[in-house]
Design a protein around this ligand. Structure first.
Ligand code: ACO
Length: 332
């Protein structure tokens, strides 16, 4: 869908925050039956950040937002809304967004958490654009943050090697130019596939038919191969649709920012769609899969490096548990 309203949206500032501790594949070899070589070859991951007890979804999200606010020149009490995309918050009630709002001094901004796993930040970004574009809000902060290392069973080598912790945030503001901001967006889900990745707390959460392997309650349960097959197809379809529906050629796009789930999934899209590899941002080697934080961390690194040029489109694509997937063509 094209931009329907009389004004646009601009990313005024971004920020990120990651735990101090870096856990390399070599160090993981001492915890679980795996190897640096296997992880690097099958996923592209070399290291990930791991939170300590005092680094939380709340604290990382807060710190990422503080940096984004500082860079944007927007004051916390000017925000109309704070959306926190996460599936690993410390408390279900109140929302992490509420606690972050208090911590940064956002006054009476609307606050809520959004649970769409790895697609969460992109869901939030698309919603922020729509709210601002139609005049319902002027300034919205979206934070993607996870501490998934607290939810993994370190003995489950198919899961524990993948995830990392971190946070990224962006402040979105109204812009007079309707060509700025989201020019095309899609958000989808398929609840029939939720069993491919879930976090059972009690026996009753474990779906029938999935009792075969010993399931450690309180830990993520993932059917990696099924997700992989689904993600490969969806990534390619999402990018192809975004290009076709906006009339862009692969070379018109300055950056492809894909959720960093597995480097092979991203590489298959590069190969199939003949994307210019140097424009497909990859940092999974340093962060692992940080779920909802993955896309805003990429965005922040690109902005920080001065690599986002004004007036050129970027394409963002994510998929995650639920299952969910989303895309966006964003004019900077
Ligand atoms: N180290 C060494 N060997 C391993 C490891 C490991 N960490 N994990 C699995 N293996 C072994 C298996 O035991 C198996 O051995 P076998 O052939 O002797 O039985 C072999 O490697 C292949 O196992 P697969 O599970 O088929 O490995 P695959 O190539 O599929 O890679 C992976 C597994 C990395 C999990 C992959 O499936 C994947 O990335 N899937 C997508 C996961 C994902 O993106 N999840 C996040 C979803 S998004 C969200 O919302 C959080």
């Amino acid at each position: 869908m094209s931009a329907p309203f009389g004004r646009g949206v601009r990313i005024a500032g971004t920020g990120r925050a990651v735990p101090a501790c870096v856990l390399t594949n070599k160090e993981l070899e001492k915890i679980v039956d795996t190897s640096d070589e296997w992880i690097a070859q099958r996923t592209g991951i070399r290291a990930r950040h791991k939170a300590n007890d005092s680094e939380t979804v709340f604290s990382l999200g807060r710190d990422a937002l503080l940096k984004a606010l500082e860079r944007s020149g927007v004051k916390a009490d000017e925000l109309d809304m704070i959306i926190v995309a996460s599936v690993s918050g410390e408390m279900i009630c109140p929302s992490t967004a509420a606690r972050i709002s208090e911590a940064v001094g956002a006054g009476e901004a609307a606050v809520f958490d959004l649970a769409a796993a790895c697609s969460g930040f992109l869901y939030g970004m698309n919603m922020a654009d729509t709210m601002i574009r139609c005049g319902r809000a002027e300034k919205i902060a979206v934070i993607g943050v996870e501490v998934l290392t607290r939810l993994v069973d370190w003995g489950d080598r198919s899961v524990s090697i993948i995830f990392g912790d971190g946070a990224g945030a962006a402040v979105f503001v109204a812009d007079a130019d309707p060509k700025k901001g989201c020019q095309y967006q899609e958000m989808h889900g398929d609840g029939r596939l939720w069993r491919t990745l879930y976090h059972p707390r009690l026996d009753r959460d474990v779906p029938a038919g999935d009792e075969a392997n010993p399931i450690r309650l309180g830990h993520l349960r993932m059917h990696g191969r099924e997700i992989y097959k689904f993600a490969v197809t969806r990534f390619q379809e999402a990018i192809r649709d975004a290009l076709e529906r906006t009339g862009l050629s692969v070379g018109d796009v300055q950056h492809y920012i894909c959720h960093q789930s597995n480097q092979r999934i991203i590489e298959s899209a590069i190969e199939k769609l003949k994307l210019p590899a140097e424009r497909v941002y990859i940092n999974i080697d340093r962060y692992g899969n940080t779920s909802a934080a993955s896309i805003p961390i990429c965005l922040d690194e690109l902005f920080e490096a001065g690599r986002i040029e004004s007036g050129k489109p970027i394409i963002l694509v994510a998929f995650g548990a639920g299952v969910t997937w989303a895309s966006c063509v964003w004019n900077t």
